[in-house]
Design a binder for this molecule. Structure first.
Ligand code: GLN
Length: 541
C-alpha cells in the first residue's frame, strides 16, 4: 500500500510548491521508490483549458489530452515520466463526479453533503491513482494557499486520510519568509499564522520547507520550531537558487529524503542523483550566452511581467541550452509593438533566435507575422509553435506566394485565402458553443518527410507529439505553398494534416503545429529545441 505526502503552501502563492514536490519526487525516485504525483487545482473549472493563461499560467497538455495545471509540466520534467488525467483534479471535476453519481442513485438515497462526500471523492481518486500506478508514494499538491476558503475541502481530505491511515500520511507546509527591505530581517510571523490556519483545519505539519530569498538561520529555525510545533531538523531551508533543477540536490544536503522516510518509519536509503548533480554542475559552469526573443502577448499583468504563460517553452530553451553549455538569455518581445511601430523590428537583429509560441485570438497577430517575415528575410533562426506555425504559413502565403489576402479564419471569418482554417470536426463544437476540452488535444503521430531537417533531427521517421488547437493548414493551399519553396516536413498519417513546415533555404526556419515544449526534459532536451538553439548560437552579428 502506498504512503501519502500532502503539500500545501503558506503565506502566498507562487513560492514553488510544484518545484518542491517535483524535487521530493525526484529524490524518492532516486532512492528506488515509485512515486505518483497529483495536482489539485481548487477551481470550479473542470480543467485548466478554459482559464486565461495570464491569470492561471500555462495550460499543460499530457499525452491523453488532459489540459492541466503547469505544475504537471514540472512533475514530468523532474520525474522524467509521462502523466495523464489521473494526475490532476479540480474542484469542478470532483463536484461534477459527485453530482453525476447522485443523479445515478449511487448514494443509496442518502443526503449527499459537502462533507464527507466531497473529500471522500478526493480520497478515492488518490487511491485510484495509487492502485493504477502501484506507487510507493502518492505526492499530493494542494493548490492555493492555506487560510483561503477554496482549498479547505482538500485539507479536509488530507485530515480524513490521516485519520484512516495515521502512519501513512506526512504533511509538508511550504511557507514563505519575507525579508522586508525596510526591516532587513527575515520574518517568521506569516509562517506562524499559516501553521495556525492549518491547525484550525485539524492538520499539524510534519515538515516545514522555508522558502525565502536567503537561507534560514539558527535563530529563525528555533523560533519556527517552537511556535509551529515542528522539530528543528524537520524545518528545511529553501533559499532562492539559480535554477530550479538545483532544488533536489539542495534538499539532499539537508537529508530531506531520509527525513521523510523516517517520518513514515522507513529505513534511510542512499540516493542516486548522479545524473542530476552532473546537470546542476553544468548549469553552474555555462560558457557562452545565447539570446532568444519570444514574440508573444501573454506576459503583462498590470505593471508586472510574468513568464508563467510560456513556462514549458522557457524550460525547453533552458534544457537545450544547458545541454550545449550555453547560458540562455530570454527576452520578451511584445508583438503589438511591431504593429504600431514596424521600425522596431530591427531589434530582432540583436537576437540569436526568435520563437513565436502558441496563442489564441487576433490580438498581436499582425505584429507576430511582421516579426516572422523579418526573421525569414534576415536569416534569423526561427522556431514557430502551434499558432507560430499558422502565422508562418500566413506570412509565407502573403509574401512569397503573393496571396495578399491570406489569413486564418480564426482572425478573419470570411477571408479570401483561408490558408489556415478550422478543422472539420471543430466546426460543430464552435457552433454548439462547446469550448471546454474539445480542441484537438494530446498525442498524435507525425510522419516525417525523408529529406526534411526534422527527420534528421528526430533521427526517426515517425514521432508522437502533443497538440492543443482547432485550426489547421488548409490542404487546398498545400501545393501552391510547396511550389513556392515551403516543405511540408511532417504530416499526420491518418488525417493528412500538416504538422511541420520548413523553409529549407534558410539557416533555421521550422514551425510545428504541435507543442514540442511539453516533451522536453532537463536530462533529455527536445531535438527541435536543441537544434534551434545550436543554430542560434552560431548566428553572426
Ligand atoms: N489559436 C490556434 C488554434 O486554435 C493556435 C492554438 C495554439 O497556439 N495552441 O488552432
Amino acid at each position: 500500500m502506498a504512503r501519502y505526502i500532502f503539500i500545501a503552501g503558506g503565506v502566498m502563492s507562487g513560492i514553488g510548491k510544484g518545484a518542491t514536490i517535483s524535487s521530493i519526487g525526484r529524490i524518492l525516485k532516486s532512492k528506488g521508490f515509485k512515486v505518483a504525483p497529483i495536482k489539485i487545482d481548487p477551481y470550479i473549472n473542470v480543467d485548466a483549458g478554459t482559464m486565461n493563461p495570464i491569470e492561471h499560467g500555462e495550460v499543460f497538455v499530457t499525452d491523453d489530452g488532459t489540459e492541466g495545471d503547469q505544475d504537471l509540466g514540472n512533475y514530468e520534467r523532474f520525474l522524467g515520466e509521462e502523466l495523464n488525467s489521473d494526475n490532476y483534479m479540480t474542484t469542478g471535476r470532483i463536484y461534477q463526479a459527485v453530482i453525476e453519481r447522485e443523479r445515478n442513485l449511487e448514494y443509496d438515497g442518502k443526503c449527499v453533503e459537502v462533507v464527507p462526500h466531497i473529500p471522500r471523492e478526493v480520497i478515492s481518486r488518490i487511491k485510484r491513482l495509487e492502485k493504477k500506478t502501484k506507487a510507493d508514494f502518492c505526492l499530493i499538491e494542494i493548490g492555493g494557499t492555506v487560510g483561503e476558503y477554496q482549498n479547505i475541502l482538500f485539507l479536509e481530505a488530507a485530515r480524513m486520510l490521516r485519520l484512516e491511515r495515521p502512519r501513512d500520511v506526512v504533511f509538508i507546509l511550504v511557507s514563505y519568509l519575507p525579508i522586508p527591505k525596510m526591516i532587513g530581517e527575515m520574518k517568521t510571523k506569516p509562517t506562524q499564522y499559516a501553521v495556525r490556519s492549518l491547525n484550525a483545519s485539524g492538520i499539524q505539519p510534519d515538515i516545514i520547507i522555508a522558502r525565502a530569498s536567503a537561507p534560514l538561520d539558527k535563530i529563525r529555525k528555533e523560533k519556527i520550531s517552537v511556535f509551529c510545533n515542528v522539530a528543528e531538523d524537520s524545518i528545511i531551508s529553501a533559499p532562492d537558487v539559480k535554477s530550479i533543477y538545483e532544488i533536489p540536490v539542495n534538499f539532499e544536503k539537508d537529508n530531506l529524503g531520509n527525513q521523510i522516510l523516517k517520518k513514515f518509519g522507513l529505513q534511510s536509503k542512499q540516493n542516486d542523483l548522479e545524473d542530476w548533480r552532473r546537470l546542476v554542475k553544468k548549469i553552474n559552469h555555462l560558457k557562452k550566452e545565447v539570446k532568444i526573443g519570444i514574440v508573444g502577448k501573454y506576459f503583462k499583468t498590470g505593471n508586472f511581467t510574468l513568464m508563467d504563460s510560456y513556462i514549458s517553452v522557457i524550460e525547453a530553451i533552458k534544457h537545450a541550452s544547458y545541454d550545449l553549455s550555453l547560458e540562455p538569455k530570454i527576452v520578451w518581445l511584445s508583438a503589438q509593438d511591431y504593429e504600431k511601430n514596424p521600425s522596431k523590428l530591427k531589434v530582432l537583429n540583436d537576437f540569436d533566435g526568435i520563437i513565436v509560441p502558441g496563442g489564441f485570438g487576433s490580438r498581436g497577430v499582425e505584429g507576430k507575422i511582421k516579426a516572422i517575415k523579418y526573421c525569414r528575410e534576415h536569416q534569423i533562426p526561427f522556431l514557430g509553435l502551434c499558432l507560430g506555425m499558422q502565422l508562418a504559413v500566413i506570412e509565407f502565403a502573403r509574401h512569397v506566394a503573393h496571396l495578399k489576402k491570406a489569413n486564418s479564419t480564426e482572425f478573419s471569418n470570411k477571408c479570401q485565402a483561408p490558408v489556415i482554417d478550422l478543422m472539420e470536426e471543430q466546426k460543430k463544437n464552435l457552433k454548439a458553443n462547446k469550448y471546454g476540452g474539445t480542441m484537438r488535444l494530446g498525442a498524435y503521430p507525425c510522419q516525417l518527410h525523408p529529406s526534411s531537417l526534422a527527420r534528421k533531427l528526430y533521427k526517426e521517421s515517425l514521432v508522437s507529439e502533443r497538440h492543443r488547437h482547432r485550426y489547421e493548414l488548409n490542404n487546398k493551399f498545400r501545393s501552391l505553398l510547396e511550389e513556392k519553396g515551403m516543405l511540408m516536413a511532417g504530416l499526420n498519417p491518418e488525417q493528412d494534416l500538416v504538422e511541420i513546415i520548413e523553409v529549407p533555404a534558410h539557416p533555421f526556419f521550422l514551425a510545428v503545429q504541435f507543442h514540442p515544449e511539453f516533451k522536453s526534459k532537463p536530462l533529455e532536451p527536445h531535438p527541435l529545441f536543441r537544434a534551434f538553439i545550436k543554430t542560434s548560437a552560431k548566428k553572426k552579428h
